[in-house]
Design a protein around this ligand. Structure first.
Ligand SMILES: *[C@@H]1O[C@H](CO)[C@@H](O)[C@H](O)[C@H]1NC(C)=O
Ligand SMILES: *[C@@H]1O[C@H](CO)[C@@H](O)[C@H](O)[C@H]1NC(C)=O
Ligand SMILES: *[C@@H]1O[C@H](CO)[C@@H](O)[C@H](O)[C@H]1NC(C)=O
Ligand SMILES: *[C@@H]1O[C@H](CO)[C@@H](O)[C@H](O)[C@H]1NC(C)=O
Ligand SMILES: *[C@@H]1O[C@H](CO)[C@@H](O)[C@H](O)[C@H]1NC(C)=O
Length: 896
């Protein structure tokens, strides 16, 4: 018996599922303990009543009466405004060695029946509104570059100039004092001198707790909470000190370093142990606890690839926001996977959904070349194999500078022996190049990128020699140098501050929006590429990380500065989350597509642009809403109204301009509709009509401006994503321009195919990566439930585009639908080129429809011939419209 887990990441569906027939996602890497074993039989039950304590007691009594022998463990009680509910584990051990469901009902059918009876009782109790399965959440996969030398002035790599934070500190004397930011992350080394040196009353890190304990997510799946959010995980656990880094970005403070709000107070709710996974219920618990503690702001740098906004966590976050607490969330690190690569809960409506922009400066590792005074930048492989030795550099391939350098042993020159080898990336993995060269006796590998000015970070798995990466430019210079004579490279761990070629543009990893429901996300950007901050002292004290995990806390710190400015002044009306977000959006600065292409970056990547805190705090005019989503052209609302309010004390005047951005060409072609990964960009632009071309507005007054879009006239089959910035160009010196980003898609999303790559198909293998037989339309699949040798039917699915729902009707020989094969597949992410897809194994049972909760009551089918449909709801399709489905019918399955 397993928890149905079509969505392993964050998008918990509100239907529970219990089934031998389960669909498992292979989207991205799934941790070694699968969802089914990790979180088996854990649920959050949301009560419909107003007193969770009483409801829990009523439910407990009811269950006790009927199932007195069964172990039912009640966990965290949620009893406040935002959530009335309780977590429950069914069939868990009573005490350490107590009976489990397993021992009470050893027979599988019996267990199934018992589970169904329990859920039937719960759902018919009249007490329950929702039952959410608890799903696992993977920890952020962040690379860290630990600072090795301490002769660097941290001010030289500070992003505060780019975001105007330095002006807020200096000119407004605002450092966020008195504002509390609650962080949900991996814990914190609060003994770090820059983080206050202690925990609790009187310290910078004043609030929070550890909700999980060190072993959670690795050796233990049982949270062992305590009151101390310390992160003491050793480097050997793979831990990088993520939470400590995030905390330093918000409020770190030392002689050489200042976070965005260096005098703010922090709370840390630790939701990761030293392992890499947690559950959405733990995060939900943390959000509620932070809210209960009364923090002013919540910052979350966690998420999973899925653009559907529906989830238990998302709905609680929305409730927290509606109570006046801004929630700042990273939008995701999957930008390389093209458009629609956002994460949940990062796309939660109302949340600050934060994109990443690269720092202008960074700390680079450098090496020198004999006979040259120039130094060059390199990056260690991820993970780092070892320190790369100094030595002579030779060509690692007879025709070095080709894609397939060192991919075969025969093209490797013999003089690599005892030397460093130089090759270009391409054709085969870095490991293969490294190990071919190691075989030939090389002592280290220098690999250069096939394009670009940024040093490549090679990712390796089992490289036998140290590997470092350099940029394409550096690679070409080295190729030239070795052709002219013998050269020695000196690696001595030196670091220096350099200008980043991609500075002040959107980071390559920053996820591209919008949400799967065309919600405007990301909606704001912070600096997240190459950010220096605190690390746990035992991991090196200071280091650089990159990710939207870093840009989100930067924005959280900016919101702390904002609240400091206005909260004390009693200006509650302009201290509401929605207003603050709009104000940050109004005055954000837009970045260029690249530093060589001055066209404006699309709002799908940068949201409103990079936060400019000083302007947001000092400019009085305000426009609402802060952004516009024009949806696709079928659901388009062409006209929107912007309300400009002059909260200042002088007359303002503006001219209205449409400043168009680059467009996105999301798909490879118009047949497969596989996404371009990474995205490609174009110049298709919308026109905007304004009700007024110029505005003059007196203090205290408001005016409405209607804006009407004319999307670019291009082939709707291309689904081009257009955007731009409505700009109120100020006609007075002291007032800044205001921008309102807008974005839309040309085309009808419902027309896009859901399934891809010849899927769904039926097979008897469960591993989609191995070769396997595929049953043709006219073949009969025989499944003998009595035989140990007979493998059950397995369905493989890859999704070109996301779907909210796939139904799985079971048809008998007469073509009558008798029920569903799988409980329900809800809120499914598209399958990226880096993922295998989804695999589902059918156990020969079906679920008749059952109340409105669609509770499972699986019955074995009678021996006979069946066919199973997989009917996917089209993107943005209407669930009640039969035409909005993409249907597939399996070959005949004979169940014996
Ligand atoms: C876009 O249209 C779809 C279909 O009507 C709707 O569900 C969705 O909420 C819309 N999105 C936005 C941001 O308006
Ligand atoms: C368009 O935006 C860019 C980037 O912010 C800015 O440099 C340019 O002046 C803007 N153009 C207009 C017409 O507002
Ligand atoms: C799967 O089916 C194929 C084709 O019927 C058969 O040859 C193969 O043995 C089956 N594999 C297993 C593991 O049963
Ligand atoms: C499947 O069977 C149908 C009806 O008997 C026949 O028309 C069709 O050609 C067959 N398809 C294949 C691929 O054999
Ligand atoms: C099937 O496997 C089970 C468990 O391994 C075993 O107890 C049983 O005897 C097997 N049945 C047959 C028919 O081989």
């Amino acid at each position: 018996m397993r928890l149905f887990n079509s969505i392993l990441l964050l998008a918990a569906s509100s239907f529970i599922g219990l089934s031998n027939a389960s669909f498992v996602t292979q989207q991205h890497t799934v941790s070694s303990h699968s969802a089914s074993s990790a979180l088996n039989n854990n649920y959050i039950i949301e009560f419909s009543g107003s007193n969770a304590e009483t409801d829990k007691k009523k439910l407990a009594d009811l269950l006790q009466d009927k199932f007195s022998d069964t172990s039912l463990t009640f966990g965290r009680l949620f009893n406040h405004d935002l959530m009335k509910g309780v977590s429950i584990q069914i069939g868990s051990s009573k005490g350490k060695d107590g009976p489990s469901l397993q021992s009470i009902a050893s027979d599988e059918e019996e267990q199934q029946k018992l589970m169904n009876d329990i859920f039937k009782t719960i759902s018919e109790s009249g007490l329950v509104k929702n039952i959410y399965p608890i799903v696992p959440v993977q920890g952020p996969n962040t690379q860290v570059k630990v600072l090795s030398e301490n002769n660097i002035d941290f001010g030289d790599v500070s992003p505060h100039l780019q975001t105007q934070v330095d002006r807020v500190h200096k000119e407004l004397k605002n450092t966020g004092e008195g504002i509390t930011v609650g962080i949900i992350d991996s814990g914190i080394d609060y003994t770090h001198p820059a983080l206050g040196g202690g925990f609790g009353e009187g310290y910078k890190v004043r609030y929070g707790k550890d909700l999980v304990g060190d072993n959670y997510g690795s050796t233990s799946l049982v949270p062992q909470p305590d009151d101390d959010p310390m992160d003491s995980c050793a480097a050997s656990t793979g831990s990088v000190g993520h939470g400590t880094h995030v905390a330093g970005i918000i409020a770190g403070k030392s002689d050489n370093f200042a976070g965005v709000a260096p005098d703010a107070t922090l709370g840390m709710w630790r939701v990761f142990g030293c392992g890499s996974s947690t559950s959405d219920a733990v995060i939900l618990d943390a959000v509620l606890d932070a809210y209960d503690t009364g923090v002013d702001i919540i910052s979350i740098s966690i998420g999973g690839f899925n653009g559907w906004p529906e989830s238990s966590l998302g709905s609680v976050i929305q409730r927290v926001i509606s109570k006046g607490v801004p929630v700042i969330i990273s939008v995701g690190n999957d930008g390389r996977l093209g458009a629609f690569s956002t994460s949940s809960p990062g796309i939660t409506p109302g949340a600050f959904s934060v994109a990443s922009i690269d720092n202008n400066k960074y700390i680079a590792s450098i090496f020198s070349v004999s006979g040259s005074s120039e130094t060059y930048v390199y990056a260690d492989s991820e993970p780092k194999v070892d320190d790369i030795p100094s030595g002579q550099l030779v060509a690692g391939d007879k025709s070095v500078g080709g894609d397939s350098d060192a991919c075969t042993a025969s093209t490797i020159p013999s003089d690599v022996k005892g030397n460093l080898a130089l090759v270009q990336r391409g054709t085969c993995p870095f490991d293969e190049k490294a190990n071919n060269l190691a075989q030939a006796g090389a002592i280290g590998l220098v690999v250069f990128d096939s394009a670009g000015e940024v040093a490549l970070t090679p990712s390796v798995i089992n490289a036998k020699i140290p590997v470092v990466g350099v940029s394409h430019e550096t690679g070409l210079a080295l190729v030239k140098a070795i052709k002219q004579g013998d050269i020695q490279l000196t690696f001595n761990g030196k670091e220096e501050v350099r200008t980043l070629p991609t500075g002040n543009t959107v980071s390559v990893f920053s996820s591209i929006g919008p949400s799967y429901e065309m919600g405007f996300a990301p909606n704001i950007a912070g600096i997240g590429g190459y950010v220096l901050s605190t690390l746990p002292q035992q991991l090196g004290s200071w280091g650089t990380m990159s990710g939207t995990s870093m840009s989100a806390p930067g924005v959280a710190g900016s919101v702390a500065l904002y609240l400091k400015q206005f909260k004390d002044a009693g200006k509650d009306d302009i201290s509401k989350p929605a207003y603050i977000l709009e104000q940050l959006q109004n005055y954000a600065s837009q970045v260029a597509h690249t530093n060589k292409n001055p066209k404006i970056e699309t709002p799908f990547s940068q949201g409103a642009g990079l936060v400019q805190v000083y302007d947001a705090l000092t400019q009085a005019p305000h426009v609402s809403p802060g952004h516009i989503s024009f949806n696709d052209t079928i659901n388009i609302e062409k006209t929107h109204t912007l309300k400009l309010t002059n909260n200042g004390d002088s007359i303002v005047s503006y001219q209205l301009v449409n400043n168009v951005s680059v467009s996105i060409e999301p798909y490879q072609d118009t047949t497969s509709y596989l996404f371009n990964e990474p995205a490609e960009f174009g110049t298709d632009a919308a026109k905007i009509r304004f009700s007024k071309k110029t505005i003059k507005l007196s203090p205290g007054k408001s005016v409405d401006i209607t804006v009407t879009v004319i999307p670019p006239s291009i082939d709707p089959k291309l689904h081009i994503m257009y955007g731009g910035f409505i700009t109120l160009k100020s006609q007075t010196k002291q007032t800044k321009d205001i921008t309102i980003p807008y974005a839309g898609v040309v085309g009808d999303q419902r027309e896009l195919p859901i399934y891809s790559n010849g899927t769904p198909h039926l097979t008897n293998a469960t591993n989609p990566l191995s070769s396997y037989p595929i049953w043709g339309t006219n073949d009969t699949f025989v499944y003998d439930r009595k035989s140990n040798d007979s493998l059950p039917p397995t369905f493989m699915i890859r999704l070109a585009n996301p779907t909210r729902h796939i139904a799985s009707p079971v048809y008998n020989e007469r073509g009558r639908r008798i029920g569903d094969a799988f409980v329900s597949l809800e809120y499914m992410a598209r399958t990226t080129s880096t993922a295998s897809g989804y695999a589902g194994t059918w156990d020969g049972k079906y679920y008749p429809y059952f109340f409105n909760l669609r509770m499972p009551l699986p019955l074995p089918v009678l021996p006979g011939k069946y066919q199973i449909g997989l009917d996917a709801l089209k993107w943005l399709g209407d669930d009640d419209n039969e035409n909005d489905r993409e249907k597939w019918l399996s070959p005949v399955i004979q169940v014996k």
